[in-house]
Design a protein around this ligand. Sequence first.
Ligand code: C2E
Ligand code: CA
Ligand code: CA
Ligand code: CA
Length: 273
Amino acid sequence: AKSEGKHRYRAYDPSMERGRELTKQLESDLHRAIGTDQIYVLFQPVVNAGDGRTIGVEALARWRHPDRGEISPDIFIPIAEKSGLIVALGRQILREACQHTRSTGLDLAVNLSPAQFWNDNLFEDITSILEETEFPTHRLELEITENYLLRRPEAAAQVLNRLRRIGIRVALDDFGTGYASVAYLKRFKMDKLKLDRSFVERIANDSEAASVASAMIALGQALNLNIAAEGVETEDQARALRIAGCTHLQGWLFGRPQASSTLMAEIPLSRRA
Ligand code: C2E
Ligand code: CA
Ligand code: CA
Ligand code: CA
């Protein structure tokens, strides 16, 4: 009983308390940031694995907090997700991303988190933003992650089909870190798999990791899917991924996330697809 008491006492952790306070503070700050230029979008190039031409960009959200400076999306996206703010935030990001890339002719990939995917207005929100920004439907790709579709598989398949029927493409992000199986990939129709960075990191110098990555890429090929690799930092990784059959490459080797104006100035027309 004594040791139990001790445990109970130890369970009070002042740093956890401070963490919760900070989260609450950031949530209310984020609430006020949405709709302002504290929130903005950077674009990372996606290249064709074959010829290295830039064929698209991934939009990545940024938050410049007035007092705290840049806050990582790994911090504020989960806060937005839990609080429901992600829906309004996601609309702002999609709108700005469409506006910035419309005239470039590049494909645009935008991340979609669970609360966005399951929001009843998802389809209407997306189609109205595409209309408002005059962004071509077939150039938009939504990136979703493996695990949340399985919560309600029937409904999830319907959401995906509705989007794909009008020409929006769907990519499975962080592929290899979740539950996706052959059955999963057959059930949920996708256009692309994005091999997670954790595989890419090891592909050039860990032969077991390289075989696993190759098997995953072969699976995608067998199902007729495009296969992208994210987090490509070295030429060795790019070579290994090309040989293994990736169709798209993305990572610091080809470009960091950057403002659309910088990105377009850096890609000569000849390097665009
Ligand atoms: P993600 O979708 O997997 O995005 C890839 C992350 O890897 C990005 O981090 C990107 O900046 C980073 N990255 C790209 N190339 C390299 C590389 O060569 N090496 C390394 N080490 N990292 C690389 P970022 O921008 O910090 O975003 C983190 C996560 O936050 C994203 O992971 C995504 O899950 C989420 N996120 C970002 N923007 C949005 C958004 O607009 N909406 C939603 N729902 N989630 C977002
Ligand atoms: Ca992504
Ligand atoms: Ca990813
Ligand atoms: Ca990731």
